[in-house]
Design a protein around this ligand. Structure first.
Ligand SMILES: [Zn+2]
Length: 260
């Protein structure tokens, strides 16, 4: 039987920031996970193109969303949520940046919670509060929890500056609350969408392109992942955790080596 799966995304989290901040919950999760600190984003390394690529397992040149302004896909393909819906899997989204409403087509989500708080310093707390209350209570088989404030503070203070590190520490406290609320057998996948440098991102520099990626759960063995991981691999791997076959048009792969 597939266990419930929670996919957590911390926007703009650079992998090399983790060692420089006091983030015990994130570090604890890494210790329990199959993980890599050098997974790769896609170009342009900005939030909406990255998320469309994560959820549809194709690069921006294929889905056609190349800025943070959503447009319909030129050649639409089913993403994770469409495939899950076909299998009758209950999917829930919890997020605080409005353009992410378009990650799935209508009538495929089972529940969603949006609050426009990604620009606020404590803006991830409400998202986590709702997710931590609703996931154990309503038992969606798949939940996406998007936390947008680390990216915001990267733009405000600059990546790898004190205000950015402090925000990672704030979000780590929220992450701890979320993880504590989830049943022990929950599959957890956590990653960021892109990094950042100075007060921006979007280039193919390693500072923008490298992201942390980790997965933990009953059938996943902890340890550093040796193979190259792309954010295109997230949806095929999540589909596997949900017991669904990857869609033939998806270009990423299941990260097979994480499975025990
Ligand atoms: Zn950003």
């Amino acid at each position: 039987m597939a266990h419930n799966t929670v996919f957590i995304l911390i926007d703009g989290l650079r992998p090399d920031a983790i060692a420089q901040t006091n983030c015990p919950n994130l570090r604890g999760l890494i210790a329990r996970s199959a993980y890599t600190l050098c997974a790769r984003s896609v170009m342009p390394s900005i939030t909406l193109p990255c998320h469309m690529s994560i959820f549809h397992s194709v690069p921006p040149e294929r889905h056609g969303i190349v800025s943070n302004t959503w447009v319909p896909m030129a050649r639409p393909l089913p993403g994770l949520i469409e495939v899950a819906a076909v299998h009758g899997i209950r999917c829930a989204h919890f997020y605080n940046w409005e353009p992410l409403r378009n990650l799935n087509t209508p009538e495929t989500l089972w529940m969603s919670f949006f609050n426009d708080t990604s620009k606020l310093i404590d803006g991830d707390a409400i998202t986590v509060e709702v997710a931590a209350a609703m996931i154990p209570r309503l038992q969606p088989q798949f939940s996406f929890v998007y936390l947008g404030t680390v990216d915001t503070m990267g733009h405000v203070f600059g990546w790898m500056n004190d205000g950015y590190f402090k925000q990672i520490e704030r979000v780590d406290i929220e992450l701890g609350k979320l993880l504590a609320a989830l049943p022990a057998n929950t599959n957890i996948v956590l990653q960021s969408d892109h990094g950042g440098h100075d007060r921006t991102h979007g280039t193919d520099m390693p500072e923008d392109m490298l992201i942390p990626w980790m997965a933990s759960g009953p059938g996943i063995k902890a340890g550093m992942i040796q193979s190259a991981v792309s954010l295109l691999d997230t949806t095929p791997t999540l589909a596997r955790l949900l017991g669904c076959k990857p869609h033939p048009q998806w270009e990423g792969r299941v990260v097979e080596e994480i499975f025990a």
